[in-house]
Ligand binder design. Structure first.
Ligand code: FAD
Ligand code: NAP
Length: 339
């Protein structure tokens, strides 16, 4: 069936910042055929195409003079299950958190730490989504994408995705591949990852010394609900800046002035600084200018109190970046994709 195009569609309901810009054209293809058809039609008209999933990692700063293709494909399939290891495939348009809950309901372990992340399955590999010590690369079994340059299907294994910290080949080549479906290597046996942040403590408070994957997911959901704003109530795109990875010397220089600096050693004597800590130290926590602000509980999250434009959110982000560079000599990189 031919996919309908609409004209001059407000993207406000399609981005979690709640920014009100218009798409020149908008369509919601439900399967590979409709996706191909929309891309071909746009190509024939010389129209650029922008792909959108849940809009939870986007900052829209202007009307989008393109076809905005909202991936709406659905479906989850068990590819193999030998009683220990399970491969599950989900279509790109599947909402992420309900998919995670579905896997847990089936008794499949592996995605529990990635609970309550907004967005879609298809966008998850873009920035190798991660939380509480697990990244999608840790449970990745492969994906199928459409090469938008050649129109051919391509299979990506783990190596081909070159996943990094909030990074992948897809993020580094925006617009090249449209991810159609993703496969996950899950297990009937839980390998718990509890050493990150307050996860173990929350489970201990609940008297849960040997938690199930569902109990870990529930604990993480409760921690996240306490700390992070719900986009349905307060517009945001999660962490607005990546945690900067810097040299050990850089951290020592900062520590000399700020003994409480929050830093986590990585391989190759690199160190990950908590960007939220830097922003909080600089006094931005809870800052508000018009409807653009910094969340009162988590400084890494910029929020839209209602009517902020994307340009206002971006201007606030740039002010913060300049201040952190000046105070600490550290460059903060934006995490959301800027349109
Ligand atoms: P979108 O915002 O729609 O798109 C993001 C990018 O991916 C765009 O460039 C888009 O063009 C591209 N894209 C979308 N779908 C496809 C596709 N099928 N094929 C090719 N390209 C595509 N992120 C984390 O990593 N960890 C977290 O814990 C986390 N927590 C969050 C909490 C909150 C409250 C919010 C608002 C965001 C959070 N995020 C987190 C960020 C975000 O949810 C994730 O990055 C998520 O994977 C984005 O999915 P999406 O479908 O909303 O992508
Ligand atoms: P948090 O627990 O307050 O921790 C602050 C920062 O310290 C996090 O950014 C995290 O880095 C890092 N950290 C904490 N414990 C660590 C450890 N044991 N080893 C290495 N690094 C550690 O963070 P939060 O804001 O409440 O978020 C909790 C988790 O959800 C984090 O993993 C975070 O990345 C994820 N999250 C991501 C987004 C997003 O939009 N990207 C939004 C909300 C939450 P990392 O960020 O590298 O994990």
């Amino acid at each position: 069936m031919t996919v309908q195009w609409q004209e001059q569609v407000s993207l406000k309901p399609f981005n979690t910042f709640g920014i009100d810009v218009k798409a020149r054209y908008f369509c919601q293809p439900h399967d590979d055929e409709q996706i191909r058809e929309a891309l071909n039609r746009a190509h024939a008209q010389g129209l650029p195409v922008q792909v959108i999933g849940g809009g939870s990692n986007l900052l829209l700063t202007q009307d989008v003079d393109a076809l905005v293709l909202h991936v709406a494909s659905r479906g989850v399939q068990v590819i193999s299950d030998d009683g220990h290891a399970v491969i599950v495939e989900a279509q790109a348009g599947e909402p992420w958190h309900p998919f995670v809950q579905w896997t847990l309901g089936q008794g499949y372990c592996g995605l529990e730490n990635l609970s309550l992340i907004p967005g879609t399955v298809g966008a998850a590999p873009m920035q190798n989504v991660g939380a509480y010590g697990v990244e999608i690369k840790d449970v990745f079994a492969g994906l199928t994408a459409l090469d938008r340059e050649t129109g051919e299907l391509r299979e990506f294994d783990l190596a081909a995705c070159t996943f990094g910290y909030r990074d992948s080949v897809f993020k580094r080549n925006p617009g090249r591949w449209l991810i159609l479906r993703v496969r996950f290597a899950l297990s009937h046996t839980l390998q718990p990852h509890l050493d990150y942040g307050p996860v173990r403590q929350r489970l201990a408070e609940q008297g849960n010394a040997e938690p199930t994957a569902q109990a870990i997911s529930d604990a993480i959901c409760s921690i996240r609900r306490e700390k992070l704003p719900d986009p349905a109530e307060l517009g945001n795109a999660g962490s607005f800046f990546k945690n900067p990875v810097v040299s050990a010397e850089c951290v020592e220089r900062i520590r000399a002035q700020h003994p409480g600096v929050v830093a986590y050693p990585l391989a190759d004597s690199q160190v990950k600084l908590a960007a939220g800590w830097l922003i909080e130290q600089a006094g931005w926590k809870g800052y508000r200018e018009g409807d653009a602000g910094v969340h009162r509980l988590q400084s890494l999250v910029l929020v839209n109190y209602g009517q902020a434009s994307g340009a206002q959110m971006h201007a606030l982000a740039q002010q913060i970046q300049a201040d952190i560079l000046q105070r600490f000599g550290v460059a903060l990189e934006m995490e959301p994709n800027l349109w």
